[in-house]
Design a protein around this ligand. Structure first.
Ligand SMILES: [Zn+2]
Length: 233
């Protein structure tokens, strides 16, 4: 079965790697997109893994991320990032995808993702070659995607927005699936999702994401009483 290694760049402890006002930490965006990318790939029958513990505070070294992919025999490696230019706010914006220079298999993978991502209508900085460690030391087709600039005021709002994170994850997934010759299947929403979102907007459910993939699961008496108590207030 095809195994995709998803590499969520950086971690809680990484210095820098944030918007100039500190309102967005890059690892937070990378992890959110990585999780949704894994979700979309898995619902198409692919196996996924992360290059490191996606919840850990310490940043995994670049070498250990490559080793995780190489030692498990992953078939593809996808590194998720947000870009930055300089230290303050500026006009640099858009997205770009990197493969290793001269990579015969990495470039078509980058091209396939590029073909789907450009439909999002953002400034297209194109497919580029670079010897970044994670695409240089991995032995399978590998790409690194810089989704937008944290140092651009308008772009950072997109990087923070759940709907944009979802758009990026879906576009990345569509590109990877296209590369593998697998057709994208639109997601069928569970019939109860609209109620979940409605209850969340009314403050009766705390974290809808914790329930979204488990809407046929059971609630404990404690959870039911807690919700009834919130309604009674
Ligand atoms: Zn990064």
């Amino acid at each position: 079965m095809t195994l995709i290694c998803i590499d969520p760049g950086h971690a809680v402890s990484t210095a820098g790697k944030r918007s100039p006002d500190g309102s967005l930490r890059e690892y937070e965006f990378n992890r959110a997109v990585a999780r949704r990318l894994a979700y979309h790939l898995e619902r198409h029958g692919l196996k996924t893994m992360y290059s490191c513990d996606i919840d850990q505070e310490a940043d995994a070294s670049l070498d250990s991320r490559c080793k995780a992919a190489n030692s498990t025999g992953a078939d593809l490696f996808i590194s998720i990032h947000a870009n930055a230019f300089g230290d303050g706010w500026n006009a640099a914006n858009g997205w770009e995808i990197y493969h290793y220079p001269g990579s015969v298999k990495g470039k078509p993978l980058a091209d396939a993702i590029h073909a789907r991502s450009k439909l999002l209508g953002l400034t297209d900085r194109g497919v580029k070659a670079s010897d970044f460690t994670v695409i240089a030391k991995t032995i399978m087709p590998a790409v690194l995607i810089e989704h937008e600039f944290m140092t651009n005021l308008a772009a950072v709002e997109k990087l923070k927005a759940a709907d944009w994170r979802e758009k990026w994850a879906a576009a990345d997934a569509k590109g990877i699936l296209g590369y593998l010759g697998i057709s994208w299947i639109e997601e069928k929403l569970h019939w109860a999702e609209k109620h979940l979102d409605s209850l969340h907007s009314k403050g009766l459910i705390n974290s809808p994401e914790a329930h979204r993939n488990d809407l046929d699961g059971y609630m404990s008496k404690g959870q039911i009483f807690a919700m009834l108590d919130r309604i009674a207030k």
